[in-house]
Design a protein around this ligand. Structure first.
Ligand code: NAD
Length: 313
């Protein structure tokens, strides 16, 4: 099976590296010229929990894929959410009727974009608890442990989903088939939607946010909007259980001392955030269903204001 990682940034490098190390036929696809040149010249440099590796994985610009006439069986999507449609569009000539796709991006509703390019039967969606960072072009920092949950979007895709679970699991990615991955996707979006934007705006770690006496009140208000909107989509979130899950992230012995990814993107790296695909989705869906979402609306707008003030790209 030929696996293409479309979006070979931090997470794409992690999945590409681990799948390649396990002996799979892997290629990387990206648009960042310096990153591509660096990997072509010196290989992908990987710090895997303190152990250094150099991995010579072929890497291409999207438009080169059709030229090389490679038949890709599985595309693993790891762009940022706002780059997804552009990447799929650039790869459209390389997508054939049998090409399958697995989307593990953070956020809600990416399948609506993917369905513009391929049938529902060929789409797998999921979440991952792995993390990754980049120390510069061609340099991946892969620290810690993680897992993957995935499911086929249409019933027909189940056998293929199980095959992909096996491949990821054999590569050490700790993958399991989920019978209800939509719940996990929304639950993760609730965690990201309550903690990421607030920490980015407050310039705080998750534990620092948690120490304030208004943290739980802020989180409860944002979370409630996710719960109301999800209900309209026939997804019943256990609000109390999700709240406890979010509060658990404050623990400094867990991930509490970390800045969430939106903070890293915006404050540290001055990059645009995925807020439109986390809180912004709740706002758009709220409008559609006639549900007021003042907290998600304000958070989304404040993040956009900060992006503009910082000159994020
Ligand atoms: P990333 O920003 O590292 O990479 C995404 C794309 O941006 C890649 O094409 C990459 O080449 C490009 N890019 C990165 N830095 C760049 C730079 N300085 N200049 C130009 N282009 C650059 O994104 P990621 O962290 O791998 O996230 C991909 C998806 O996975 C997102 O939806 C994210 O929310 C999700 N996710 C990330 C993590 C994590 O720990 N990084 C964990 C779970 C889920």
């Amino acid at each position: 099976m030929k696996i293409a990682i479309a979006g070979a940034g931090a997470m794409g490098s992690r999945f590409g590296f681990m799948l390649h190390q396990a002996g799979n036929d892997v290629i990387l696809i990206d648009k960042w010229e310096d990153h591509i040149n660096e990997i072509r010249k010196n290989g992908l440099k990987v710090n895997l929990n303190g152990e250094m590796f150099t991995s010579y994985i072929p890497i291409y610009f999207p438009e080169e894929i059709a030229e090389t006439k490679q038949k890709i069986d599985l595309i693993l999507l790891f762009t940022k959410a706002m780059q997804l449609e552009d990447m799929l569009s650039a790869l459209s000539t390389a997508i054939h009727s049998e090409t399958k796709v697995l989307c593990l991006l953070n956020g809600i509703g990416h399948e609506d974009v993917i369905e513009k390019f391929m049938p529902k039967d060929n789409i797998l969606i999921g979440i991952t608890m792995w993390t990754a960072g980049l120390a510069g072009a061609g340099k991946a920092e892969l620290i810690g442990d993680g897992s993957v949950e995935l499911q086929n979007l249409a019933p027909k895709g189940k056998d293929y989903a199980l095959e992909v679970v096996k491949i990821l699991d054999q590569a050490g990615l700790h993958c399991k088939y989920s019978p209800d991955v939509r719940y996990s996707i929304w639950e993760k979006a609730c965690v990201n939607g309550t903690v990421n934007g607030t920490c980015a705006l407050l310039d705080a770690t998750i534990a620092e946010l948690g120490q304030t006496d208004v943290a739980v009140s802020i989180i409860k208000n944002i979370l409630h909007e996710f719960v109301l909107v999800a209900k309209q989509e026939r997804l019943i979130l256990d609000e109390a259980a999700v709240l406890q899950k979010i509060i658990k992230t404050f623990d400094p012995n867990g991930i509490g001392n970390h800045y969430p990814s939106m903070h890293q993107d915006l404050v540290k790296n001055h990059r645009l955030t995925e807020v439109d695909y986390i809180n912004g989705v709740v706002v758009r869906k709220g409008e559609k269903y006639g549900i007021d979402t003042p907290f998600c609306t304000l958070l989304t707008e404040l993040i956009h204001a900060k992006e503009q003030l910082i000159g994020a790209k």
